[in-house]
Design a protein around this ligand. Sequence first.
Ligand SMILES: *Cc1c(COP(=O)(O)O)cnc(C)c1O
Length: 385
Amino acid sequence: MIRLTVPSIEDDDLEAVRDTLSGGYLVQGARVAAFEQAVADRIGSAHAVAVSSGTAALHLALLSVGVGPNDLVLVPAYSWIATANVAALCGAEPVFVDIDPRTFNMDPAALEHNLRALLQDPATASRVKAVVPVHAFGQTAELPALLDLAARHDLSLIEDAACALGAACRGTPAGRWGRAGCFSFHPRKAVTTGEGGMVVTDDPDLARRVRTLRHHGADPAAPVPEFIVPGFNYRMTEFQAALGKTQMSKLSRIVEARRTRAAHYDTLFAGTPVVPPATAEGHDPVYQSYVVLLPPDLASRRKDVIRMMKERGVETTIGTLHMPLTRYYRDRFGYRKGDFPVTDGVFERSLTLPLYETLSARDQDVVAGTLLDVMSELGDGHETP
Ligand SMILES: *Cc1c(COP(=O)(O)O)cnc(C)c1O
């Protein structure tokens, strides 16, 4: 089976974890601090705060910029569910924004449209708090335009950079643009700590609030434990951080390998009915996932494509979620198909193909060949069914 993803775990990673475990000090100590420094150095941010997951990073970043009950947080309609859930977990409401059909990222024109409607209505104008663009599949959102809109209306911009460690927009790293950037180290991201996350920011007060909330509300500066707010236990373990540190030393190499493999897929799909992912001008993606679009008339057969490819030894999956149409948000806000037309189409047609550092070019040929075979068996839009 050609798997969707295989993390790059090598001997030095195993040794680092083993050393840490045998040292006996297991939670949030010197290794977490060293991992935080490695990420801050890479991004060029003044502060990096490690937490237990990307979701925890987003949750604490939103709480720390003051998102609370009844607030509104603008998020793209197309993302992993955590992007919307963290707003709801703060007591706020996610407001979904449609995406760009080429990059799958929040569409600045759609954001402007949503903001205008929200700010004109006295019932919502004062509730709009934050904008959370997602760097879909490791390609940065259109940050200059989004940041300009957020700044114009005095909103905090928090980057959901979960998939985008190592990516850049106009030469500036993902995570460095907003008031805070949030990374994930889940095994499906380019580098991993199993579970893990990080908040990066230049704002010392914001960093301090995140540090406080990740550890039960304890004042991080107090010489003896002093609990100043109710907080969480969102700490990272020392052995995760040890792994994170060795993984960071491979990040550039892994990103380079992913780009090379993405370029090979691009070549294989050129001139076929499969639409490869587009790279927008000025963006350097890391290809957390390589997501193609099937022809529109095959959208309804996507589950068959996934099943048939699996039967032939190739693991694939959907792109990501149409969040407004997941049960909770659909029931709560009454969303239906047609409310986010671009997301509707991308959600139905997207397919994630295997991509990882050690994937061979020959296996990529097999993946592409299998997909094109399966598509022509199902009728790829050039034949009548
Ligand atoms: C992976 C991911 C998250 C959540 O990260 P976890 O570490 O799994 O909690 C959030 N947002 C996006 C866009 C992601 O891809």
